[in-house]
Design a protein around this ligand. Structure first.
Ligand code: GTP
Ligand code: MG
Length: 226
C-alpha cells in the first residue's frame, strides 16, 4: 500500500528545511557568528530572558535577534529596547520557524558583523523540535510555574535541545517548585543535559549563563574554519 500523500509532503518539507539549514550553518560558520535559538511553551519567558541577555552581552559583544510569532511585532518591540538590531518574523498560521524564514530575515544583515545571533522561536512545545535552523545551540526554556513533569510530557523538545533554562526562578517558593523532580525529569529524557536556573526579573543566574555563552563562542572560534 502506498504511503498517505500527507506523510510524503511532510517528509519533503523537512528535507527541504534541512538543505537550507545546512546552508545557514555553513554561512554562520564562515561568518564566525555563534547562533543560539530559544524554544519553549508560550509565556515561559523567552523574550524577557533574551532582552536581558542582549542587554548584558552588548558592552562586550555584537549581538542581534530574530523573533518568531504567529502575529504582532510585540516581541520585536520589547527586544529592541536592548538597542540591539532585531527583526520580527510573523508566521501567520505556522506554529514554528523554518530555516527559509531565518534565511529570508537575514538577507539585509551581514552576519560577519555579529558575535551572537539569537533566534526566539514561536512559543510551542511540539512543532519547533522538528526544524533545524542551522543554530549552534538550542535552548529549551521552562518556567517554574509550568509543572515539573513537562520534560516527561514533551520529551522531543527537550531531546532536540542542547541546554535547559529554568526561568522565573524567584517565584520557586511561591509555586512550591520542586527542583529535584524537575532535574530528574530532564535527566530521564536527556541524560547529562546542562541546566541553568535563572530569573530575568532579578538577574539571578544570568552571570553563569553569560559565562557559558562566552566560552561557547571562544570554543567555536578556536576550531579552524576550512
Ligand atoms: N516573575 C517573573 N516573571 C517573568 C520572568 N520572565 C518572564 N516573566 C513574565 O512572564 C510573562 C511571559 O514572558 P515572555 O518573556 O513574554 O514569554 P515568552 O516565552 O517570550 O512568550 P511567547 O513569545 O508568547 O511564547 C510576562 O508577563 C513576563 O513579565 C521572570 O523571570 N520572573
Ligand atoms: Mg516571546
Amino acid at each position: 500500500m502506498s504511503e498517505p500523500r500527507l506523510v510524503e509532503v511532510r517528509r519533503n518539507v523537512l528535507k527541504q528545511n534541512d538543505v537550507i539549514a545546512r546552508a545557514l550553518r555553513a554561512q554562520f560558520r564562515g561568518s564566525g557568528v555563534f547562533v543560539v535559538s530559544l524554544v519553549s511553551s508560550p509565556g515561559s519567558g523567552k523574550t524577557t530572558f533574551l532582552e536581558k541577555t542582549l542587554t548584558l552581552l552588548q558592552p562586550k559583544y555584537r549581538v542581534a535577534a530574530l523573533v518568531g510569532d504567529l502575529a504582532t511585532e510585540n516581541d520585536a518591540v520589547r527586544l529592541a529596547r536592548s538597542k540591539a538590531p532585531v527583526k520580527q518574523i510573523t508566521t501567520g498560521t505556522l506554529c514554528h520557524l523554518e530555516a527559509a524564514m531565518v534565511q529570508n530575515a537575514l538577507q539585509e544583515w551581514d552576519t560577519r558583523q555579529l558575535d551572537f545571533l539569537f533566534i526566539e522561536n514561536v512559543g510551542n512545545l511540539v512543532c519547533p523540535s522538528s526544524y533545524d535552523l542551522g543554530e549552534n545551540l538550542r535552548l529549551v526554556l521552562m518556567s517554574v510555574t509550568e509543572g515539573e513533569d513537562k520534560p516527561l510530557k514533551y520529551p522531543t523538545i527537550f531531546n532536540s535541545a542542547d541546554v535547559a533554562v529554568i526561568t522565573k526562578n524567584e517565584l520557586s517558593a511561591v509555586v512550591e517548585f520542586d527542583w529535584e523532580t524537575t532535574r530528574k525529569s530532564i535527566e530521564s529524557v536527556r541524560p547529562g543535559m546542562r541546566i541553568f536556573r535563572v530569573s530575568a526579573k532579578t538577574g539571578e543566574g544570568m552571570d553563569s549563563f553569560l559565562d557559558f555563552l562566552a566560552q561557547q563562542l571562544q570554543e567555536q572560534r578556536s576550531i579552524p574554519r576550512t
